[in-house]
Design a binder for this molecule. Sequence first.
Ligand code: 13P
Length: 252
Amino acid sequence: MVNHSRKRLVIGNWKMHGDTVFNSELLAGLRSGIADASNCDVAVCVPFPYLYQVRSLLEGSGVSWGAQDVSRHEKGAYTGEVSAGMLADFGCRWALVGHSERRSYHGESDQLVADKAAAALAAGITPVVCVGETLQEQEAGQTHAVIERQLAPVLALGADSLAKLVIAYEPVWAIGTGKTATPEQAQEVHAAIRRQLNAAGVGQVRVLYGGSVKASNAASLFTMPDIDGALVGGAALVASEFLSIAAAQASE
Ligand code: 13P
């Protein structure tokens, strides 16, 4: 049965895409079409230099916005890093942490990701903690073990913290490949994540799916009881496509 108690959340992860002209067209498109997605929280996570533009162009639109990373440190000599306090000062609502591209290209460990989530929470920003297995790990039957390992230091933050964050399951083999997990495959992992969260004493955490989500597959994913929304990459760069995902109705 579809669980309606958690409001759906659809977040666009622009990754390292955009420029001021492109962004203003995309944001205008989101503003004009967002009314159709009123039963869903909608957000975009953009490159740091464009937070200012996004803040001004989305003001009053109902679309919230955030960053794609955050430092584990509060302040200090950490050249190039951006603290959660700075993001909060600026009005930022969300921060992705532990995206697989950060884990694989920047060597981010499970503990570092949990520290970043804690730093975000301490500043009042909602971390979206990304987890997911590689193709090799999936083929070796290690999916559940990998997710458990990635989540362990996050669960150790405790129920009060967990209640305020969002988890995104993004199988690495489905990111940017056009190969989506089937709704059933994703649901199986989401249910396992939900069991871990329940065991840690939290029931209402939103667990998003990410990996080649498009307008054409969103509704079938949202039909699954433990899929509470989506973290969208490529399709978030096209306003109509992203809005269709946000407006997709779970078939019951
Ligand atoms: P795609 O939707 O382009 O597969 O990217 C998914 C993703 O990594 C979102 O964070």
